[in-house]
Design a protein around this ligand. Structure first.
Ligand code: IPD
Length: 274
């Protein structure tokens, strides 16, 4: 059917992400009344805004694509039988969101269940009014304009996004940051892994090292980078046309990806990511 093309799925992803963003933005004006909980500990927060935003996203997807599967960070998985499933993070960067900062995003991706290919992706940054979208074979757009990864091939002139990983990984990620710091132009740590991948896909960063992330943090962002001409993989390498799902994820333009991987591998192994 027509609404199964990657471009049509991307349009649905956008509607779903906008529904989630509306809920999240709405709560910002009443943040003092928001119920907040620690999930795995003080570094892993969830709020009523996350849960309600996910409900709004799921409502759009189930209305338009009732036979598709859905996996969401807050409400878990629901199987489908259409061959397409959705992977969503209603608020990626909950900590930043709860601190009233702008570096959080709504991440919505569609994937083909049989082939494990990403089909469509949207990363919406509501506080910045910025949307980065891709559909398989059609390229990546930032606010409607085609975009690509940076043409960088010189690590000393590379701006790299990093995350600090799960609490159990922090000693390891500290080592990784120490190894990268003298080799690159500079590092940035934003609050959202999905947004970091969108920055790579739009040439606003020359690479991203994102340890300890889940499928909902990287599904949409991975397609954004791939369709913008970049590569995404873990430290063991890149598997073309599929995606890492979770773990320690490295993204960048082809010429920088392997040099980055070598520095990180040389800095030594870490604990199991998740
Ligand atoms: C978090 C963000 C953050 C990353 C954390 C994730 P959440 O997602 O992606 O950048 O460092 O590992 O948990 O929990 O805010 O959706």
């Amino acid at each position: 059917a027509d609404n199964r093309t990657p471009a049509a799925l991307r349009a649905i992803a956008r509607l779903a992400a906008q529904a989630g963003a509306e809920v999240a933005l709405g709560w910002r004006d009443h943040a003092d009344r928001l119920r907040i909980e620690e999930k795995a500990g003080p570094a892993d927060l969830v709020s009523q805004a996350d849960r309600e935003a996910e409900t709004a996203i799921r409502a759009v997807l189930s209305r338009r694509c009732p036979d598709d599967g859905i996996l969401g960070e807050e409400h878990g998985g629901a199987a489908g039988h259409s061959g397409v499933h959705w992977i969503i993070d209603p608020i990626d960067g909950t900590t930043s969101y709860l601190y009233g900062r702008a570096d959080w995003s709504v991440s919505v991706a569609a994937a083909d269940t049989a082939g494990d290919r990403l089909l469509a992706a949207v990363v919406l940054e509501p506080a910045l009014g910025r949307i980065t979208e891709a559909s398989a074979g059609d390229g990546t757009c930032l606010d409607g304009t085609r975009t690509t990864v940076s043409g960088g091939d010189d690590l000393t002139r590379a701006l790299i996004e990093v995350n600090l990983g799960t609490p159990a990984q922090r000693a390891y990620t500290g080592r990784m940051v120490a190894a990268l710091t003298p080799r690159v132009r500079d590092l940035r740590r934003g609050g959202s892994a999905a947004a970091a991948l969108a920055l790579v896909a739009t040439g606003r960063a020359d690479g991203a090292w994102l340890p300890g992330i889940h499928s909902w943090d990287c599904a949409a962002g991975t397609l954004l980078v791939q369709e913008a001409g970049g590569v995404v993989g873990d430290l063991t390498g890149v598997t073309p046309d599929t995606w890492p799902h979770s773990g320690d994820v490295l993204a960048g333009p082809p010429a920088l990806w392997e040099p980055l991987r070598r520095i990180l591998v040389a800095a030594g192994p870490g604990p199991q990511p998740l």
